[in-house]
Design a protein around this ligand. Structure first.
Ligand code: EPU
Length: 343
């Protein structure tokens, strides 16, 4: 028998965003299956109200209550091996699964490939939206396909890698499909044979410390957790949304100009001739590490992470972010672009 969706009213979203920012949803609906999402489309009580789709809330800055949109909290669970091929394992996660728990589970099942992406906060369904990445691996490197329900037609679509238009912390779900469809399931392609990705400087250091024995996927997972715990705050303890700005990409000329003035600027040449700069370094160089504006601050162990020092509002976070952008622009002529979505 089909049961009606439960519409919760005036819900606090403080525990639904990793920054711990205060905001209220006038109407919130939890969806636990694809069928629930389809019900959402047909529900006369909701009419054509726009939908605000919330995953793990680890990549948003809430500056206001959500009054006109219906907040859709995606809680679709489940994880399974879809196919075991000679060249890959295809593994599927419900969009509401915790990303880190899913990564740990794949390793427990002896399906390696996601270990470099350990401990990233958020859900499996949100992972492709911003193409999460860390320690030399981006989600797009391990993506197979996803199922999403179109919020206008109620139809399920399956999108493969080309349709996602992945970029650096970017996909079609941040543009044309933003708010238009709900991701319900994501499938990952874990290549066989497994090959470790150890090029990132922090991991290369671990390898050098360990000596000649090659690490397995579990060892890399443990290292990544260790590295992240040492420099990034745990959102369960200190509210934050990971890196607050993207690492800016500049031309070789711009980079040379900055090196001329600041030879120690951390930079990475890209294959297309442009250069990526470490935004954390730029912010640090402007003296922001450990500083605060109101109750929003710059983490004292990593300048790219803005934190809620306790009771901060979204407006305080945005004020701090703007002040950082201005000082980095003033000193380096570079406009930093926020990574999280500001609502
Ligand atoms: N740095 C400083 N001062 C700081 C912070 C960093 O000088 O306060 C320097 C570091 O010493 C290092 C460089 O900046 O030489 C880069 O720092 P890090 O290795 O920590 O990486 P990142 O570029 O700051 C990116 C991702 C992270 C990801 C790591 C590891 C972005 C915006 N951030 O950070 O992703 O975990 O690489 O791959 O691309 C996230 O997106 O939320 C996130 C945490």
């Amino acid at each position: 028998m089909q049961t009606d969706l439960v519409i919760e009213e005036n819900c606090s979203l403080r525990d639904c965003n990793s920054f711990g920012l205060p905001a209220v949803a006038r109407r919130l609906v939890r969806v636990t299956s694809e069928a629930d999402v389809k019900r959402l489309v047909d529900d006369a009580r909701l009419g054509r109200a726009p939908k605000f789709i919330l995953g793990g809330g680890s990549n948003i800055v809430l500056t206001r209550d959500i009054a006109s949109d219906v907040v859709v909290k995606v809680e679709v669970r489940g994880r399974q091996l879809v196919e075991e091929r000679d060249d890959a394992w295809i593994v599927e996660a419900g969009a509401g699964e915790s990303w880190h728990d899913f990564v740990a589970w794949t390793l427990d099942q002896q399906w390696p490939g996601l270990e470099n992406l350990a401990l990233i906060p958020g859900t499996a369904g949100a992972a492709p939206v911003q193409n999460i990445g860390a320690y030399g691996v981006e989600l797009s490197d391990r993506f197979d396909s996803l199922d999403a329900v179109d919020l206008t037609t109620g139809r399920t679509v399956t999108l493969a890698v080309d349709a996602l238009r992945f970029g650096y912390r970017d996909s079609i779900f941040k543009h044309e499909l933003a708010g238009k469809s709900v991701i319900t399931r994501v499938r990952f392609l874990l290549p066989r044979p497994w090959r470790p990705v150890l090029g990132y400087v922090d991991l290369a250091r671990k390898v050098a410390e360990r000596g000649p024995t090659a690490p397995d996927a579990r060892q890399i997972f443990d290292w990544v957790c260790e590295i992240r715990r040492a420099k990034l705050p745990d959102p369960a303890v200190i509210g934050n949304a990971g890196s607050f700005f993207k690492n800016p990409v500049v031309t070789l000329e711009q980079c040379r100009d900055i090196i001329g003035r600041d030879p120690s600027v951390v930079h990475y040449p890209m294959t297309d001739g442009s250069v990526k700069l470490a935004a954390g370094w730029l912010i640090d160089a402007c003296g922001w590490k450990g500083k605060s504006i109101g109750r929003a601050g710059v983490y004292d162990r990593h300048s790219l992470v803005l934190v809620n020092r306790g009771g901060a509002s979204g407006a305080e976070v945005v004020t701090l972010a703007r002040a950082i952008q201005e000082s980095v622009y003033g000193r380096f002529g570079i406009r930093l672009e926020p990574e999280p979505v500001v609502v």
